[in-house]
Ligand binder design. Structure first.
Ligand SMILES: NC(=O)c1ccc[n+]([C@@H]2O[C@H](COP(=O)([O-])OP(=O)(O)OC[C@H]3O[C@@H](n4cnc5c(N)ncnc54)[C@H](OP(=O)(O)O)[C@@H]3O)[C@@H](O)[C@H]2O)c1
Length: 329
């Protein structure tokens, strides 16, 4: 039976998700966005298919969802659960499962325990499933090291380092890491929430710890600007010496004052693309990749999870419910 999907959020990531879902044979039955530049356009044209799909991008989510009757909503409008949860509630009300790229939904009990309970109860009452996923949170800092840890008989510490060349990423990514800002402007904008840089360090740490059974007693996270020492240019930004060329950040999880989980991100113009997972214990193992291309990988993760979410238990779930193969503390 063909699975009916609605694209909720037709930004760069929603467009990639729509293209992958379309190419994989999912029946895209609706599209929602509030950007006036997109509302009223045909989805096929908006995502660059070169043909119309007969699906108008709608701004009225309730109506669009009622008309479309989707099995699943593929959601990518924002990073913070407290801002996007009304959208999730609309999808639940329409009786649809949800897979969302919202970073803080990957482990929603950390920042928003009350909202998590609200959405969990509502999803259960409507017999639908809600999942936050993506590439990070959703893969590199959590699901990947969790699965890799299965070959250890004793696990002392997990460290994940992700380095990526920000010049290869979409405009909204380059903007949110503050490219071209002066350092003080970056700090102010981050403090006021005008830019976010990476969101989800703590969520990844908690997701990873909960999958592997590590009982953390403290989590911390932080990030700061990387400053250009020469001129750089991307498709979207010109960066002069002294301006922001990227960010470096981390999340850490502790047991009795000892750091047992550490995830580190370095995202800058010209940074090398790689990921390294260091597992300390018995036997100690280091895995290294040539880098996961973040934007298409996010779309792949979301679309590949659709059948899993359709078959999952009702409620607000996390990847912990779907990944059952890891070291177990
Ligand atoms: N977990 C992961 O690994 C992962 C990976 C990639 C991206 N993400 C996250 O996924 C989200 C989407 O990424 P993006 O780059 O496509 O973001 P984006 O450029 O901000 O696009 C989001 C789109 O959703 C629209 N929108 C915002 N609020 C809406 C609402 N209430 N109803 C309907 N549409 C709404 C926006 O319209 P306006 O422009 O008018 O606001 C925009 O068109 C971001 O929060 C990003 O951080 C997560």
């Amino acid at each position: 039976m063909t699975i009916r999907a609605v694209i909720y959020g037709v930004g760069p990531i929603g467009q990639l998700i729509a293209r992958v879902a379309f190419s994989r044979g999912f029946d895209i039955v609706g599209a929602i966005d509030i950007d006036p530049q997109k509302v009223g356009k045909d989805l096929g044209e908006a995502i660059g298919l070169g043909k119309t799909l007969g699906i108008r991008i709608e701004s009225n989510a309730d109506k669009a969802l009622k008309d479309a009757k989707p099995d699943v909503v593929l959601h990518s409008t924002g990073s913070f659960f407290d801002r996007i949860y009304p959208q999730i509630m609309k999808a639940i009300r329409a009786g649809a499962d949800v897979v969302s790229t919202c970073e803080t939904l990957a482990w929603p009990w950390y920042r928003y325990p009350d909202l998590a309970e609200l959405v969990d109860n509502y999803a259960r009452s409507r017999d639908v499933t809600v999942l936050g996923a993506g590439v990070n949170p959703g893969f590199v800092f959590d699901a990947l090291p969790a699965v890799l840890s299965v070959t250890l008989t004793r696990l002392d510490k997990i460290t994940v380092i992700r380095s990526l060349d920000a010049s290869k990423r979409r405009y909204s990514f380059q903007k949110k890491i503050g490219l071209g800002m002066m350092p003080s402007q970056f700090t102010d904008a981050l403090g006021r929430g005008e830019i976010t840089a990476h969101v989800g360090f703590a969520e990844s740490v908690l997701l990873l710890a909960n999958i592997t059974g590590l009982k953390l007693d403290r989590v911390e996270e932080g990030q700061e600007a990387l400053i250009a020492e020469r001129n750089y240019e991307t498709q979207y930004f010109k960066i002069e010496p002294g301006q922001v060329k990227g960010v470096v950040g981390h999340g850490s999880g502790f047991i009795n004052g000892k750091e047992v989980v550490r995830v580190e991100l370095r995202a800058c113009v010209g940074c090398e693309d790689f990921e390294e997972v260091r597992l300390e214990g018995d036997p100690p193992i280091t895995w290294r990749s040539t880098g996961t291309p973040g934007d298409p990988a996010t779309a792949a993760v979301i679309v590949n999870l659709i059948p899993r979410v359709l078959n999952a238990r009702p409620g607000l779930i996390t990847l912990k419910d779907l990944i059952n193969y890891s070291y177990t503390a």
